[in-house]
Design a protein around this ligand. Structure first.
Ligand code: URA
Length: 235
């Protein structure tokens, strides 16, 4: 038996907050074993019971799909949003119940993985599983040798409520005021907050790699490719 509450299940499947999950349950037609429910506390066995969302079976595990989207600025990483455009609007409707693997800010561009493989998503976004993520950043001023050392050492305090940064890698970019930063964590606004803590500011941010997966140079913003399973599973 692996009983789970409906709101927790939605959080896991779609990588949402509890509040977003409750909103999702209100807005969508969720059927558990053929019975519609709007109750976030509804408990069921996720291994056995059938869950349909808007008439679709969301856990067809045999067909795992991994999408690499070059996210443009102006789109949020969520399945629905009352105000903003979502990354799912850039994909065919058949992927609308998939989940973003981690999140990029609305104004961040670049490599975003989207999948229907919830286990993979939890594995690679779990704080214990440090997948390297590299970002290209444009900054208001050049980075210094001290900045490179601080990032390499770790321990940058960028928020009073969060643990200091783990060691990362900072390298100069092609222009004077740009840099590549590789981090192993994925906290909210982390790169922007790290540069801010170093007395700098990010004016443009693009993720260029996630583990061994890199953003193809010829993939236009707003376009996507499907990745073969073996390319993602050894992340
Ligand atoms: N760090 C940020 O500050 N923003 C992102 O979108 C990703 C990492």
């Amino acid at each position: 038996m692996s009983n789970i509450r409906l709101d927790k299940y939605i959080c896991e499947q779609f990588n949402t907050t509890r509040k977003e999950a409750k909103e999702f349950i209100k807005r969508n037609k969720i059927e558990i074993n053929g019975v519609f429910t709007k109750d976030p506390d509804f408990k069921f066995d996720k291994e056995i019971d059938s869950v349909m969302i808007n008439g679709e079976d969301i856990v067809a595990k045999e067909e795992r799909t991994y999408i690499l989207l070059n996210k443009p600025s102006g789109y949020i990483c969520a399945n629905y949003d009352a105000k903003n455009r979502t990354v799912f609007e850039l994909l065919p409707g058949e992927y609308k119940n998939f989940q973003c693997v981690g999140r990029l800010d609305i104004d961040t561009e670049g490599l975003l993985l989207i999948t229907n493989d919830g286990d993979f998503n939890h594995r690679v976004t779990s704080p214990r599983h440090h997948v390297d993520k590299t970002y290209y950043a444009k900054l208001i001023k050049p980075i210094s040798g001290e900045d490179i050392d601080s990032v390499a050492k770790g321990g940058i305090l960028y928020s009073k409520d969060e643990k200091p940064s783990l060691p990362g890698i900072l390298k100069p970019g092609e222009d004077e005021c740009s840099a590549y930063i590789t981090i192993h964590e994925g906290k909210f606004h982390q790169v922007k907050k790290m540069f801010y803590a170093l007395g700098n500011e990010v004016t443009y941010l693009k993720r260029v790699s996630f583990g061994s997966i890199t953003l193809p140079d010829d993939l236009k913003a707003g376009s996507y490719v499907l990745l073969p399973e073996n390319e993602v599973l050894n992340l």
